[in-house]
Design a protein around this ligand. Structure first.
Ligand code: FAQ
Length: 306
């Protein structure tokens, strides 16, 4: 059979996507599809790995044995998610070593939220509740991704992240029903995390570099703004039900659209934070570099053993 031309391959590829078929590692795919996936999946993997740090720091100080056990389990889950996602990116031809080099050198991006400090136990609760909710809404959408290994990893990850939401919500619930000082701490944590969490879904569609192709090839199945709106509509009634306040005086349900209006975050801040200039970028990378160095002997021993 004659070789298919590049144009015919692209038409065939796009027809498969339109039929809802999954693209698998050995299948032909346009290079831009491969590169966009490698970029997104490796950033996602780095986010899970660096994402262990802001909450992980609270493991020794968790209030009580049960909260400590649950937090340890959550943080371990994030490490597992990182492994699953690195494996999905490897299936596209990028080595784990190359991805790790990009993270440790500061070249790679990872989710903005993990570059903010966690000065209070309440931050652990609010990350689990707000950040994991935003992550699950996005990842439920990504579970429909056209790239088979990514969508399948998302289904497993969403299952575990849904439990993380419950542990976060439960910690905030205890504080919201607690003393005045505990309620205040919960509120201050919501105030700290509200805008960073809104930024998690990415810049507005008009500023997004990759959305056009990602949506055309069903790498993402919803735009950044659709995902953010879903998060706001879902979380605002929950925050208010606990007697807490959304730190945005203009946030209100709009009966005409069926959605909540909200104030846009500072998109310049997102650019700064994801390009290495957030409050904790240097600290996060220093911890990762130290862990990487301290694990060197394990990697070397495994190489000798295999
Ligand atoms: N943070 O053209 P777009 C979690 C970058 S997992 C950092 O709109 P795209 C679990 C973007 O990469 C959280 N960078 O990009 C957990 C691009 O940069 P580049 C992570 C951001 O890809 C919970 C540039 O800006 N989830 O939380 C961000 O179409 C608790 C232009 O943007 C994922 O990674 C941001 N927020 O849409 C763990 C999900 N937004 O590559 C521990 C997969 C944008 O050109 C504790 N990723 N950028 O240099 C996605 O869904 C997408 O990549 C978006 C961005 C939606 C994040």
């Amino acid at each position: 059979m004659a070789e298919m031309s590049e144009a015919a391959r692209l038409t065939d590829f796009e027809a498969r996507i339109d039929r809802g078929e999954k693209i698998e590692p050995g299948d032909w795919m346009p290079d831009a599809y491969r590169q966009n996936l490698i970029r997104m999946i490796s950033q996602h993997a780095h986010s899970e790995i660096v994402g262990q740090l802001p909450e992980g720091k609270w493991i020794p100080y968790a209030p009580g044995f049960r909260r400590k056990l649950t937090l340890i389990a959550k943080v371990q889950d994030e490490a597992g998610h990182g492994q699953l996602l690195y494996a999905a990116a490897e299936s596209l031809g990028k080595t784990r070593e190359a991805m790790m080099d990009e993270l440790l050198s500061g070249k790679a991006k990872y989710a903005n939220v993990f570059n903010y400090p966690t000065p209070h136990w309440a931050d652990v609760g609010v990350i689990g509740w707000l950040v994991d909710t935003a992550a699950v809404i996005n990842q439920t959408m990504l579970a429909q991704s056209s790239y088979g290994p990514y969508g399948r990893a998302m289904r497993r990850i969403c299952y575990e992240e849904s439990f993380h939401i419950k542990q976060g919500y439960d910690a905030v619930l205890a504080m919201a029903r607690g003393t005045a000082a505990q309620r205040l701490a919960a509120q201050e944590a919501i105030d700290r995390w509200w805008y960073p969490t809104l930024m998690m879904s990415g810049p507005p569609d008009s500023m997004s570099t990759h959305s056009r192709l990602a949506l055309r090839w069903r790498i993402k199945t919803k735009s950044n703004e659709q995902v953010r709106q879903e998060f706001v509509d879902h979380i605002v009634p929950q925050i208010r039900a606990l007697g807490l306040t959304v730190p945005d005086a203009d946030c209100a349900f709009d009966a005409a659209t069926g959605h909540h209006r909200y104030t846009q975050p500072d998109w310049e801040e997102l650019k700064r934070v994801v390009s290495g200039h957030g409050p904790c970028n240097q600290e996060r990378l220093a911890v990762r570099r130290k862990a990487h160095e301290e694990g060197r002997w394990v990697r070397e021993a495994l190489q000798v053993a295999s």
